[in-house]
Design a protein around this ligand. Structure first.
Ligand code: ATP
Length: 327
């Protein structure tokens, strides 16, 4: 099957800034693909390259197997949902959604029909006459999505689309977006700097740092088997420790051990508690194990040792992931 989007050695440099640097990437047709990374790592530039708002300074991009160079944004089979929604506040919801169709010269009746259909998809049927400026953040987000869907793209690009929403609404929209993507069978490319959001929503995640992709894989791959220290640390704040200290690998290698995999165990190894933080369902312990700092997340119902106390810890050796040399 042809991939939805392919990058072959794609770079986008701005002067000396290597925003995107020799990236190879395949996004499959119909998948929910997340681009995850810290601010400035090149995610948005990748999205803009797919959309056609930026051109590569090197390499090639294909969209459904066809070279994208020279194809203007409106002729690509993709549409973008921006973080700030970019709605026209004085226009009503229907006209906002239908705006792109109007620019393309689609007649009024057909425009309205298509806009209503897109609004139904995002559960805003009946909101067509409301002014965009009068809507809540969550509703504006849906209108922005309807405006992308109305063009019937095969790929929807979403740049931090939930960034402006409060946590509860954000979680609700995450679920709805996922359902909609599955129901429509479209390819979604989703940019976020929130690891929980990426891991919980995506079929596959690409982790970016400094214009390069560090790792691409399923959420499980990325979380359980990080390739590099950067990925281990960025995705879920893992403990990155000398492999021989945690009984795996050889000296000189590094291993990752997730904080939730460290357990209190009277027959385990001695560690000193250097910090203790209550987080509701869990308590986070900072520990010193033979001179190395380590974090453990233990269920809050357990009696957590106090700062300065010595405790005993262990972990399932199968949970230790040894990273390759040079990680
Ligand atoms: P954020 O999460 O903050 O949006 P990002 O991972 O999406 O970050 P990009 O916006 O792709 O990162 O930016 C990558 C790098 O390229 C940054 O250093 C940025 O300053 C630089 N950059 C992006 N666009 C331009 C531009 N038009 N001119 C110059 N530099 C740019």
């Amino acid at each position: 099957m042809t991939d939805a989007v392919t990058f072959r050695g794609v770079s986008r440099h701005f002067g000396i800034v290597k925003a995107v640097d020799e990236v190879d990437l395949s996004i499959r047709d119909g998948e929910f693909f997340a681009m995850l990374g810290p601010s400035g790592s090149g995610k948005t530039t990748c999205l803009r390259l797919i959309a056609g708002f930026e051109q590569p300074t090197a390499g090639h991009i294909e969209i459904f197997g066809e070279r994208a160079e020279g194809v203007p944004p409106y002729l690509r089979n993709v549409n973008t949902v921006f973080q700030n929604y970019a709605l026209f506040p004085h226009m009503n919801v229907r006209d906002n959604v239908a705006f792109g169709l109007r620019v393309k010269g689609v007649g009024r009746a057909e425009r309205h029909r298509a806009a209503e259909e897109a609004l139904e998809l995002v559960e805003l049927g009946g909101y067509g006459n409301r002014r965009a400026g009068e809507l809540s953040g969550g509703q504006r987000q849906r209108v922005a999505l309807a405006r992308a869907l109305v063009n019937k793209p095969r790929v929807v690009l979403l740049d931090e689309p939930l960034g402006a929403l409060d946590l509860k609404l954000r979680e609700q929209m995450q679920e709805e977006l996922r359902k909609l993507q599955r129901a429509l069978g479209l390819t979604f490319v989703f940019v976020t700097h929130d690891q929980d959001e990426a891991l919980s929503m995506a079929d596959r995640v690409a982790v970016f740092a400094e214009g390069k992709i560090q790792q691409v894989g399923t959420s499980e791959d990325i979380y359980r088997r990080p390739n590099t220290r950067f990925v281990a640390d960025f995705v879920g704040s893992s403990n990155v420790l000398p492999a021989d200290l945690v009984g795996a690998g050889a000296s000189g290698q590094w291993a990752s051990l997730r904080p939730e995999d460290v357990v209190l165990d009277a027959s385990g190894r001695e560690a000193t508690v250097t910090g203790r933080y209550f987080h509701g369902r869990v308590t986070k312990l900072s520990l010193d194990l033979a001179g190395q700092s380590l974090t453990a997340l233990i269920p809050a119902r357990e009696d957590a040792p106090e700062i300065g106390e010595t405790t005993k810890i262990s972990w399932d050796p199968a949970r230790v992931h040894v990273m390759g040399q040079g990680a």
